[in-house]
Design a protein around this ligand. Structure first.
Ligand code: BJW
Length: 230
């Protein structure tokens, strides 16, 4: 399972890092809740659209590529590899990962806030905020805000993968946002070995079998190469 730290080396800010994290500059209550969207849809949609455009300019890094490599290797052995991500930037898919569960949705899938109808995003910024849909509704980004339910199909697939895996690896996440942070505990309770790779200790560090501190872009490629070549 991955979090924002995996994309940090692609130039995408994390949320909770003290200096460069988004929540050090912006209050999530103003931007990442259904109430914030109801209060000021123009502000919220402009912010998400800027992030969509910025993410589109970023490229997958060595950590994304290592995970895609691991998945291809597992497929060759007939083993199951599932990537659960909290990230909304689509960099895993662009690196070649196939079985990706997007727990918190995507910056690249916008929908009508009233009807749920998915709309096509323009290649450049929407320009008018909030964007409107062809049927005259207001569009919102297809991400999961605080207090919102995660997509049912993503939750079911993540429950299944975490509850039946041999090895659960948590990479680049502060492990504080639920239900995502619960998957490591689910895997642990079901008998999986657990590994954390993160730049700093998290609440998961004391629970996992192995905790490695450092940059995902350094550690994951080395770890995956060792796993594949051993
Ligand atoms: C590196 C690195 C490098 C840096 N290499 N590492 C149980 C207990 C308590 C609270 C709750 C609970 N259950 C539910 C809640 C409420 C809430 C919640 O969890 N709150 C906690 C924060 C207290 N959860 C929800 O509201 C969820 N919905 C829900 O539960 O629905 C049911 C419900 C409904 C109503 C009432 C109650 C229940 C929804 C959560 C949605 C999260 N949304 C966001 C925004 C998405 C849109 C957007 O992009 O703006 O998702 S918040 C933000 O946090 C984003 C992320 O996906 C998520 C996780 O962050 P992540 O990925 O871990 O990033 P960081 O920045 O926190 O950490 C990065 C880490 O990387 C750091 O540790 C760095 O050190 C490290 N790092 N560079 C390796 N190069």
């Amino acid at each position: 399972m991955t979090g924002a730290g995996v994309s940090a080396e692609s130039g995408i800010p994390t949320f909770r890092d003290a200096l460069e994290g988004l929540w050090s500059r912006f209050d999530p209550q103003d931007l990442a809740t259904p109430d914030a969207f109801r209060r000021d849809p123009a502000l919220v949609t402009r912010w998400y659209d800027e992030r969509r455009i910025n993410c589109a300019k970023c490229r997958p890094n060595a950590a994304h590529k290592a995970l895609a490599r691991w998945e291809r290797h597992a497929a060759g052995l007939g083993a199951r590899f599932t990537l659960i991500t909290q990230n909304v930037d689509r960099l895993h898919q662009r690196a070649g990962s196939r079985r990706v569960i997007e727990l918190h949705g995507s910056l690249f899938e916008w929908r009508c806030a009233q009807s749920g109808e998915v709309i096509e995003c323009p290649p450049d910024a929407f320009g008018d905020y909030p964007p409107t849909t062809p049927s005259g509704g207001v569009a919102r980004p297809g991400v999961v805000w605080f207090g919102e339910m995660l997509p049912d199909d993503a939750v079911a697939a993540a429950d299944d993968a975490a509850g039946s895996c041999d090895l659960f690896v948590s990479v680049g996440t502060s492990a504080v946002v639920y239900p995502a942070a619960g998957y490591l505990h689910l895997a642990d309770a079901a008998g999986a070995r657990t590994l954390e790779i993160n730049r700093e200790p998290t609440p998961a560090s004391g629970v996992v079998n192995w905790s490695i501190q450092g940059n995902a872009g350094d550690i994951l490629p080395a770890f995956v190469a060792a796993a594949i070549e051993s």
